[in-house]
Design a protein around this ligand. Structure first.
Ligand SMILES: O=C(O)CCC(=O)C(=O)O
Length: 245
């Protein structure tokens, strides 16, 4: 991360990177998900699972540019905690809400600096597979709330709440220590996002047992290491891949 990017993430608790996924990737992933959901209840469900639908989704988990960024946030032992997709249409009911915030979930949601280094708990990498235009709804947050000194969740309609716009292929990264949530979808098209949630190597938010099956699908050491169970003793850092321009 550049100094400017670190400043932005520190200030707001989230940051958007543009064009992380190519148009071909977006079309392909949407086709795979559509095919999986065709005729199923999942097509109308807010949450969906996708990680085992195609090897391309584990490739995205290990995206070199993404890992380079979240390494700064989570450290050299980072691991994939869990992943799921979110989709919304105007017709879908969604419980509008704000949740998370500093020290939430037994203190797991955390944001701290020590000796010039950033420390985070669960970090969310959200790839947009469809545009989010101004006022569309979907992901919302209270910028800066990851550093708030009071426990408070304003109403979703508060002037403190923002709804970041995204183009398909953009990536929004946020800390779960940020107060964040969802608003009803107002767009004419369907919202669809893939959420990859990464933890420091010593911790887990989700039940690790649910992640074990994905490890068998990993096709290289990096993917296997990203899917390791949490541990401290004797742990080796990830072997981070080169980022090619
Ligand atoms: O993107 C959204 O609508 C909400 C995501 C969220 O609440 C979460 O990742 O915890």
């Amino acid at each position: 991360m550049t100094k400017e990017e670190i400043y932005e993430f520190d200030l707001n608790g989230y940051i958007v990177y543009r064009d992380l996924l190519s148009t071909e990737d977006i079309v392909r992933m949407n086709r795979i998900i559509d095919a999986d959901q065709a005729g199923k209840e999942a097509a109308n469900s807010f949450h969906f699972s996708f990680l085992d639908l195609d090897p391309c989704f584990l490739d995205v988990m290990a995206h070199p540019r993404t890992l380079q960024i979240i390494r700064v946030m989570v450290g050299d032992w980072l691991r994939l905690d869990h992943a799921y997709g979110l989709q919304l249409t105007q017709a879908m009911e969604v419980r509008e809400n704000l949740h998370g915030g500093p020290r939430a979930d037994q203190g797991e949601h955390q944001y701290q600096w020590l000796d010039g280094k950033m420390y985070n708990g669960l970090i969310v990498v959200m790839y947009a597979l469809a545009d989010v235009n101004p006022g569309n709804g979907g992901f919302i947050c209270v910028p800066g709330s990851h550093k708030a000194n009071l426990v408070h969740r304003p109403p979703v309609t508060s002037h403190l709440v923002v709804n970041p716009s995204l183009k398909a292929g953009d990536m929004l990264v946020f800390t779960e220590a940020l107060v964040h949530g969802t608003r009803r979808w107002q767009g004419d098209h369907r919202r669809r996002s893939l959420l990859y949630k990464y933890s420091p190597g010593y911790s887990t938010w989700a039940d690790y047992e649910g992640m074990q099956k994905f490890r068998d699908m990993a096709k290289n050491d990096l993917q296997r290491d990203l899917l390791r169970p949490p541990r401290v003793g004797g742990r080796t850092p990830l072997n981070f891949p080169e980022v090619t321009p």
